[in-house]
Design a protein around this ligand. Structure first.
Ligand code: KG4
Ligand code: ZN
Length: 329
């Protein structure tokens, strides 16, 4: 099916990639805007869209250069059309639509969350169907039953904060900076994960998660006891997130009779969490599929991989594509 040019601008990474035959990454350029948002303690939508608009043309040039191709060698264009920040999505969509109409290249709209799952198809070895995907990112925590390329069903999600959001909020409370995940992971290495017992929410209630209570518990515990070591707070918090995610994912595998679990989204860049999953689940005959951190966090290669299978199975959305900030799976 040739080369797909993929564009991802849903949040604070401007990323463009060229994917060959669905699984070979010819380029995957990712410009992170973190330094522009850091001082505000989170992503500022207005700054995000402005930065995407400033950077996207040079990112396109870099992606084509690295792939050693020009637009005449591109057979399809893939673009994230949701979920995400409206202004950010519009920048990527506008570029994709423009190239598509000027060069007469078909345009494929991709759901960002589906893209996170397809990051696992960027190699010759794919997770076998059926599998359960657990997506844990900055805005979503979802359990998804994936029976095949055309049957992808949400089976549970968070009622409030996402797991990544909890990392970001706890880091903000502890004055550690943004984004919280990598900083907490680093601090946690020096701490004791059993030092503090934080609550695990909603363990008996199906496949729904809740992380806002955990964040509040961290704040209350720290306010009550000012002598706690920040490293111990980070390690104990991180461990509680890992345990909660793992318990629910295991239940979902049992429920769907699936022995393969795919871990997707920024939170699974966390090496402690993925080791915990492997150590806990592999002895229980669940294969835990992980990918390198750069493919867990936002990138356009995963959008290209998803588009490849959408084209193959003829399941892409109708044109004209509209940015859809609340797009669901
Ligand atoms: O998937 P992603 O890059 O973007 C969204 O689609 O939201 O996920 C970003 C989230 C942030 O909340 C960030 O703190 C978290 O992933 N994250 C991590 C780590 N790296 C990024 N969480 C825990 N440990 C990490 N090492
Ligand atoms: Zn994402």
């Amino acid at each position: 099916m040739g080369n797909i040019l993929a564009i991802e601008t849903s949040c604070d990474e401007t990323s463009i990639s060229v994917i060959k035959n669905g699984d070979t990454i010819l380029s995957n350029i990712i410009y992170s805007q973190i330094k522009h948002h850091k001082k505000f303690g989170g992503v500022v939508p207005e700054i995000a869209s402005r930065m995407h608009a400033e950077k996207i043309h040079s990112i396109l040039d870099l992606a084509l250069q690295e792939a050693n191709l020009d637009l005449d060698n591109i057979q399809n264009i893939a673009v994230t059309y949701g979920p995400g920040l409206e202004g950010s999505l519009l920048v990527g969509l506008t570029m994709a639509k423009t190239i598509s109409s000027v060069k007469k290249i078909p345009l494929i709209g991709v759901n960002h969350l589906v893209g996170h799952i397809y990051a696992h198809f960027l190699s010759k070895k794919h997770p076998p169907f059926p599998f359960v995907a657990l997506i844990a990112s900055g805005g979503h925590t979802q359990l998804i039953e994936v029976q095949n390329h055309t049957k992808i069903k949400l089976i549970g999600e968070t009622r409030d904060d996402a797991a990544g959001e909890a990392f970001d909020k706890v880091a903000k409370f502890l004055n550690l900076g943004y984004p919280g995940g990598p900083i907490i992971e680093k601090k946690a290495k020096e701490g004791n994960s059993n030092a503090i017992k934080f609550p695990k929410a909603l363990l008996k209630e199906g496949f729904e998660f809740s992380f806002s209570g955990l964040k509040t518990a961290v704040i209350q515990t720290c306010n009550k006891n000012k002598n706690l070591k920040v490293e111990d707070i980070c390690a104990s918090f991180q461990h509680t997130v890992a345990e909660t995610l793992k318990i629910k994912a295991q239940q979902a595998c049992t429920f769907t009779k699936s022995s393969d679990l795919v871990l997707a989204g920024g939170v699974f860049a966390n090496q402690y969490i993925i080791s915990y999953f492997k150590n806990q689940l592999e002895p229980n005959h669940i294969n835990v599929h992980t990918i390198p951190p750069v493919l867990c966090t936002d990138n356009a290669a995963m959008i290209g991989a998803a588009a490849h299978y959408m084209i193959k199975h003829n399941i892409y959305p109708k044109l004209p594509l509209k940015s859809t900030p609340n797009l669901k799976i």
